[in-house]
Design a protein around this ligand. Structure first.
Ligand SMILES: *Cc1c(COP(=O)(O)O)cnc(C)c1O
Length: 492
């Protein structure tokens, strides 16, 4: 049937016409990728983009084809030289992991295999559940707990806080909505709580004010007496205290709330105990430091972030819930097109019943491959290594009269600033901001800044498996140089 044959030949596909050609290009991309990471230390941590690069990203929608090699050349020229910088050994801004090559291969293979982790009876589904089980083991949760891999810590916190709301609402909030909740719910966290909790409260329909920020002590940990007083006050005023959020590693200074004390308060007051462990939950695998997060295993739910201290390529977060049925009852919906069958592809577990997404990416593979390659003990040692490096930097700062430590260093975050004799807070902020920007612009190091107890400061967060102590020596000496240069150029 000639006409049929013609029609078949005319059908299009996205597959390459010549797989051998694509193989050659792929090998080139792989070689470039290896060189990129191997030499990362020799490149600037950050650089500004020239105008032609910015203009490149204004190009209109491509309508006709281009050879894949040309497409890659565009990427190599306009994208790869201008990363955020977090793979660099002197990237310590905000808080993020530094990725890893095996994880990147995992992301590639996940895309090649193409499985959708919404659920079903296939190997990727089993691997996804296995990685969740490994996470439970890492933080000391029982095997009966449930969990789900999500995009990051913000989503993981939303999962935990949503289960808390539905369990504590006192009505079927899924059917009747938050308007039917008889006594308004109150959540509690320290005044250092991450901003994603505010978004969660808004999204949950409880409102930002339903999250009470409790004052912190000198170590920026939640004040337990103040927490108890707030709970009593709310009960007397007709609210229903529902949930306390403990932070294991605040984003500002790395403070770790007293999780044992919070677990006890939650038990006494019948509150849901959620731990935001995006930074610190995994300290539970660090042999030298794990006592810092003792009590985390008593939580009702935990948010943690494999794309931070497990260095998974973005994105990977994880929510764990002790009571698996409470977790499932919060999210499970089974429409007819997603019903399980007794056999075959649809007979596996529907993993989308544990969160908000229907289609889910195969996040587990990149985590699984790196964990198998290195073993969890090495990840634990790397966490200890970063904490020891932060202590080392703290020592350098304390030994240097021109620098001032601004908060106690508990884990891997160091808050400090350059001093200036007789300068106002405003002038100090200008000086330190300028130092931070020049460190970035000269490609030396990426730091961020924050405000601790009302005072502006710089912040080094070492969640980086490539950092070495000499990188910290360098940033201190470069800060002193920049401080001298800026002062010399600025008449008092
Ligand atoms: C990073 C972080 C979050 C948010 O996690 P994402 O992965 O960025 O969404 C929440 N809480 C704390 C304490 C964090 O450090």
């Amino acid at each position: 049937m000639d006409t049929f044959q013609e029609a078949t030949n005319a059908e299009e596909t996205l597959d390459p016409p010549d797989w051998a050609e694509v193989g050659a290009l792929s090998h080139r991309i792989l070689d470039d990728a290896i060189a990129y990471l191997k030499d990362v230390r020799d490149r600037p941590v950050w650089r500004g983009m020239p105008a032609e690069v910015r203009a490149f990203f204004g190009a209109p929608l491509p309508r006709s084809p281009a050879p894949a090699a040309d497409v890659y050349d565009d990427v190599a020229r306009n994208l790869m030289p201008y990363p955020m910088g977090n793979v660099h050994p002197r990237f310590w801004s905000w808080y993020m992991g530094s990725s890893n090559f095996t994880g990147a291969l995992g992301d590639f293979l996940a895309a090649i295999q193409g499985s959708n982790l919404g659920g079903g009876n296939h190997a990727a589904g089993l691997m996804d559940s296995q990685v969740v089980n490994w996470m439970k083991e890492m933080v000391g949760f029982p095997t009966s707990a449930s969990g789900t891999l999500v995009s990051g810590g913000s989503m993981a916190n939303i999962i935990g806080l949503t289960v808390a709301r539905n369990v504590k609402a006192g009505v079927d909030v899924r059917e009747r909505g938050v308007g039917a909740i008889p006594r308004p719910l109150r959540y509690y966290a320290s005044d250092q709580v991450h901003s994603c909790h505010r978004k969660a409260m808004e999204l949950l329909g409880l409102g930002n004010r339903a999250l009470r920020r409790i004052p912190t002590d000198a170590g920026l940990r939640i004040d337990i007496a103040a927490l108890k007083a707030a709970i009593a006050e709310d009960r007397a005023a007709g609210f229903k205290p529902a949930c306390v959020i403990g932070t294991a590693g605040t984003v500002n200074t790395g403070a770790v709330d007293d999780l044992q004390a919070l677990a006890s308060v939650a038990a006494e007051e019948d509150l849901w105990f959620h731990v935001d462990g995006c930074i610190g939950a995994l300290i539970a695998i660090a042999p030298e430091s794990r006592s810092l997060v003792a009590g985390i295993e008593r939580a009702d739910s935990i948010a943690l972030d494999p794309h931070k201290w497990l260095h998974a390529p973005f994105e990977a977060g994880c929510a764990l819930v002790r009571d698996a049925s409470a977790h499932r009852n919060t999210f499970a919906v089974t429409p007819e097109y997603l019903e399980s069958t007794p056999r075959g592809l649809a007979s596996g577990e529907w993993l989308h019943d544990y969160g908000l997404q229907t289609s889910r990416g195969f996040r587990a593979l990149k985590i699984w491959m790196a964990l198998k390659e290195h073993g969890v003990e090495k990840f634990g040692r790397l966490i200890d290594q970063n904490i020891a490096q932060a202590r080392y930097l703290t020592g350098l700062i304390e030994a240097e009269p021109t620098l001032e430590l601004m908060a106690p260093t508990t884990i891997n975050i160091v808050s400090f600033r350059h001093r200036l004799a007789g300068a106002s807070e405003e002038r100090l902020k200008v000086l330190n901001t300028e130092i931070m920007l020049r460190l970035q612009e000269e490609g030396i190091a990426a730091l961020s800044d924050t405000t601790v107890q009302g005072r502006h400061c710089l912040r080094v967060a070492i969640a980086n498996h490539r950092t070495r102590r000499d990188d910290l020596d360098l940033v201190v000496s470069e800060m002193l140089r920049l401080g001298r240069e800026i002062e010399a150029a600025t008449p008092a």
